[in-house]
Design a protein around this ligand. Sequence first.
Ligand code: HEC
Length: 160
Amino acid sequence: MTPPRRCLQRHHRNAACLVGALLICSQSACAAWAPDLGPAVVVTCDPNDSDPDVEISFKTDVYDAILQPMCLPCHDPKSGAGVGFTNAGLDLTSLPGLRAGGDDAGPSVVVSGSPCSSQLLAKVVGAGQRGSRMPLGAPALNTEQIQAIHDWIAEGARDN
Ligand code: HEC
């Protein structure tokens, strides 16, 4: 259903026409009339460990599974292509390097016990305080990988 043609003419844009158009829009798909604002972006973060029975290991679940293959190409000071190190100062080759953070995040990159305050988690879900979603220019981490980072921090961000 389209609004009466005369409503589209400037001198006929009165209240009755507008109400008519709004009703039509609320009742049917109205793509041409409503601005496309895209889906609402809601970033929520639950600070609790998603599965307290499972302990996340920094070495195997975070470093070997995520940082090493997906982040070191850019966050290794020894790599010639380490733009994440040269641009942001973040060295992800070790836990002390990670915890030191980069130019923006500093120590808030990992706040032990508080995944929702940690820029490491924020950056991989695209909600960092500045810059792009990580890994830059590559598909986002999957839900399990994001959960592993989240839970490792929630469990105290230990060197385990
Ligand atoms: C293709 C290169 C590239 C890859 C791959 C990459 N990064 Fe980055 N990273 C950057 C660049 C460049 C910046 C600085 C600009 C920005 O923040 O968007 C950055 C910034 C960051 C920061 C903010 C540091 C600070 O304090 O300023 C974090 C945290 C981060 N990256 C984590 C990661 C993680 C975790 C991964 C892997 C899942 C990853 N990055 C993969 C290039 C990369």
